[in-house]
Design a protein around this ligand. Structure first.
Ligand code: NDP
Length: 271
């Protein structure tokens, strides 16, 4: 049976085994997908062990996305720009790396009928998640993409990677008098319940507020957007399933249906 893993540390919380098992059932494919806790210094060894044991591919989550990038023999353009990979494909003795977070996000926004073309997008955060979605967002031809981050230099570094697009870097305070169509929170602030200093006025200007973080309760950012009656308020559960669907496609050349899997996960989350 084809072997797949998701490597991370911690990993017990990962929903990827459930998601891929559901995709496999939908597609009548025999595949074994398991999570594997990897010690911090053992990532390369874990990958090589999987390859030796009939491994066909793997997902990679924190803190190994950069190490996975370094291990690859070949990389997609998206992965090169992101400097990280979340999907490994083992083929003909080579390790190929890609990042599917950006497509997961874009497909989720499109699924919610959010128009990206010609939109003014504000991306909050400049960590791995933000970096990984910029190229996919730009492929939808937005009017502009503004990256705001607590540490401005990190946003500037990302913006400099795209000299031919309207990508700029600002601080959270700079957002005060600006208006946007779509605001995407790619910071990890939602995990700790911390709120971001984005003004009500700026949030109100948007028709869509998206938070990559998901949970039983909406994040502080999404609560703020809800109070301000923003039209579309979306959390990152669809992005999670969407990025998994893209990995599944890369491995099996089959596009799974994300809807039933998303519904199961949402029901589980709300229990
Ligand atoms: P990183 O650690 O690489 O980056 C964290 C980012 O959050 C940085 O921009 C950091 O700013 C900012 N930040 C953290 N705390 C605060 C705060 N209190 N106020 C303002 N800014 C803050 O994490 P990732 O980029 O890998 O992940 C970000 C989030 O996205 C995570 O919560 C992760 O779970 C989620 N995610 C969701 C996915 C999905 O499929 N739904 C996929 C990938 C990620 P600074 O640079 O100044 O430190």
């Amino acid at each position: 049976m084809k072997q797949f893993r998701v490597f991370g540390n911690p990993i017990a919380q990962s929903k990827s085994p459930f998601i891929h098992q559901q995709f496999a059932v939908q597609s009548a494919l025999m595949m074994n997908y398991e999570s594997e806790l990897v010690e911090l210094e053992q990532f390369d060894i874990a990958v090589k062990k999987l390859i030796a044991n009939e491994g066909k591919g793997a997902n990679v989550t924190a803190p190994f996305k950069e190490q996975a990038f370094a291990l690859c023999d070949e990389l997609s353009e998206r992965a090169k720009l992101a400097g990280a990979v979340n999907t490994l494909i083992f083929s003909n003795g080579l390790i190929y790396g890609d990042t599917t977070d950006g497509l997961g996000l874009v497909n989720d926004l499109l699924r919610h009928h959010v128009q990206l073309k010609a939109s003014k997008i504000l991306l909050l955060g400049a960590g791995g998640a933000a970096k990984g979605v910029v190229q996919s967002l730009l492929e939808q031809f937005p009017q502009s993409l503004t990256i705001a981050n607590r540490t401005l230099s990190k946003a500037e570094t990302i913006a400099e990677q795209y000299p031919n697009a309207d990508v700029s870097a600002i601080t959270f305070e700079d957002t005060e008098h600006l208006v946007f169509d779509i605001i995407i929170n790619a910071t990890s602030a939602g995990l700790s319940g911390a709120s971001l200093s984005i003004s009500d006025r700026t949030i109100k200007s948007a028709h869509t507020c998206y938070d990559m973080v998901y949970g039983k309760e909406p994040t502080a950012f999404l609560k703020q957007a809800k109070l301000l009656c923003v039209d579309n308020i979306i959390d990152g559960l669809g992005m999670l399933v969407g990025q998994a669907a893209e990995s599944f496609y890369l491995w099996n050349n089959i596009r799974p249906d994300v809807e039933p899997v998303l519904m199961s996960l949402r029901a589980e989350l709300n229990q």
